[in-house]
Design a protein around this ligand. Structure first.
Ligand code: G3P
Ligand code: MG
Length: 248
């Protein structure tokens, strides 16, 4: 089977927003990405205790809010009282953890496309996939290109696909395994997302030779970016969209 990936995903996608210059996974990071020239962002979506999808990477609140607690055990009201900017710098004090709805509103306002990574808390994989997919299928801004929906969590991605088969899915893999076709075919995907450091030349040739796209995280160095593009990698996730002029 030959794959036919979409062609409207840009070469560089701002990872967690422009997370080198603003606190990751905040609206401020999306705004910074836009200002630095990015046309897409990647962000992580997890369910908090009442089942609302929120934009956060870690299962715990410690690193990005300085508070103890688990996202999956914290109510939305309590999450929204937390400061998700001060850990990064005083300049961003008061930044909030966005809900997925907040994020979609900001993307629509800024005209930014996105890769939404489903990031389930452990034990909440299927529910997270289902809720995030339902939300995206229902509320994605019509003015934007359709999102790419990815996840490391196979049960989450499969549950998302079952809930909203019309969305565009991309399996996220630390390293592309021998059975990469099965990962693509399970969710009708045309692209794989993987760790740039674990990608071999042979594997990228094999996958792109079958027509599928390879997108890599996280690349913050222009020389590494150029090397990966030369090997046939289609897009890179970078904390530094200011690299754009040097690589795209
Ligand atoms: O989606 C690409 C990348 O974000 C995956 O890793 O841990 O940064 O979410 P992580
Ligand atoms: Mg991510």
């Amino acid at each position: 089977m030959s794959y036919r990936p979409r062609t409207d995903v840009p070469r560089l996608i701002a990872h967690r927003g422009a997370s080198a210059v603003a606190p990751e996974n905040t609206i401020a990071a999306f705004e910074a990405a836009k200002r630095l020239g990015a046309s897409w962002v990647e962000f992580d979506a997890m369910l908090c205790a009442d089942g609302t999808p929120v934009v956060i990477h870690d299962e715990t609140l410690r690193r990005t809010t300085g508070t103890d607690g688990w996202v999956a055990e914290t109510s939305l009201a309590d999450m929204q009282r937390l400061d998700a900017g001060r850990w990064f710098s005083e300049e961003f004090a008061g930044a909030r953890i966005p809900t997925l709805a907040d994020a979609l509103e900001a993307l629509g306002r800024l005209g930014l496309g996105a890769n939404v990574e489903i990031k389930p808390a452990t034990g909440h994989e299927e529910r997270t996939g289902k809720v995030v997919a339902r939300h995206l299928a229902r509320d994605w801004p019509a003015s934007l290109p359709p999102p790419v929906v990815s996840s490391f969590a196979v049960p989450a991605l499969r549950a998302a696909h079952a809930e909203a088969p019309g969305l565009d899915y991309a399996p996220l893999l630390e390293m592309i395994p021998d059975d990469w076709r099965a990962h693509l075919d399970a969710v009708g995907a045309q692209a794989l997302h993987c760790n740039a450091r674990r990608l071999t030349e042979g594997r990228v040739r094999e996958v792109t030779g079958a027509g599928a796209a390879v997108r890599c995280y996280t690349v913050n160095d222009a020389r590494q970016a150029k090397r990966l593009f030369a090997r046939g990698v289609a897009s890179l996730f970078s904390d530094r969209p200011d690299l754009l002029p040097a690589v795209a």
